[in-house]
Design a protein around this ligand. Sequence first.
Ligand code: DOR
Length: 444
Amino acid sequence: MTKNFDLLIKGGTVVNHDSTGARDVGILDGRIAGVGSFDADVAGEVIDATGLHVLPGVIDTQVHFREPGLDSKEDLESGSRGAVMGGVTAVFEMPNTKPPTTDVPAIEDKLRRAHGRMHCDHAFYVGGTEENADDLPELEQLPGVCGVKVFMGSSTGTLLVAGDEGVGKILSRIRRRAAFHSEDEYRLRERRALAELGKVETHAVWRDVETAVSCTRRLLALAKEAGALIHVLHISTRDELPLLQAHRDIATVEVLPQHLTLSAPDCYDRLGTFAQQNPPLRTAEHREGLWAAVQSGLVDVIGSDHAPHTFEEKSATYPKSPSGMPGVQTMLPLMLDHVAAGRLSLERLVDLTSHGANRVFGIAGKGRLALGYDADITIVDLKAKRTITNDWIETKSGWTPFDGMEVTGWPKGTIIRGQKVMWEDELVAPSLGEPMRFHSTLRG
Ligand code: DOR
């Protein structure tokens, strides 16, 4: 008998743009070829998804996989292994590597390194600097590039464009939406002495609310003036939200699971420097403000900002300790736990992890569970009660700030272009990740 599908995901509850309901998903040649009710015998292979939810593949639009140059923290293989174990089907990787990803050879090098080693699909940000501003229109068009990333405040690495002139120059040249780390470098320099030796809780005093707010205000004005589209990464304060709300024509918004889950002072008391991150974890009032923005639709995407450093590096005395925490593998379990606790609907989660990335970045053929799209699918068990542990974490850095946390909801399987890559916590395919394509650069 002729088979209509290579693979059929049968008996699950599909969550997509349409609704949540009992539907089977048929896959042919790596694409979604049917959503409906199908007999098992029309497919070469059948996954029994009874009792499970079938989501469009989770896309993490902010990870730092550290290769090249910082491979003791992470590399493209280990980082993407963590991604698929956590139900993530595609990632956008950040340019603050060594050397930074700021020219054609550096981008080509990352794509070469990714080939045959990355477990999930991928795209790379090109770092924007004052020096390469004139080259960015060409760089942002390269295959495998998801856009330009600009650090307005210094964080890990050397990338920095502190002033209005540099940011304005970049915005006036580029065509695609650019992503921004929005913390005001001048204020950070003025206030550096407020970061007290051995007191990591002063991280959020030094890098205070105004540091984020004043930078986002400047950035929005510059983008408006240039007529440019911006994506403001990891919003950490409730005070930035009205500003962003007033600029929805040009600005899209990301928040991180850690800013939605942890808060000061408790996170610093419990985790010390392991809770150190830029922009910082702040008080519960800010966390609740971010939740309101998730619920109201102001937030477009959830990204993990997976930013691993080794245990030894993180154990240094503050402020010598580096900022950042792993997160690509825990993003979905944490967010499913928030769904279980009633903080957001499963439909809104899918909007944030898949539809949002598709909409914000114009990813070609990804981010929707719909006919003709790549068969990138994340299958989850909403009822599973599991404990997140360091043992489960694939990152080279070997730790998670969520070690010991019990969650309800867990990724059961990761399917990428029709290939089962993770099933029940096991990696079940060789590394087959491919570069993503984007609407604005399909012509090359
Ligand atoms: O805490 C952070 N760590 N924030 C960033 O923006 C960069 C990241 C890193 O690369 O370590």
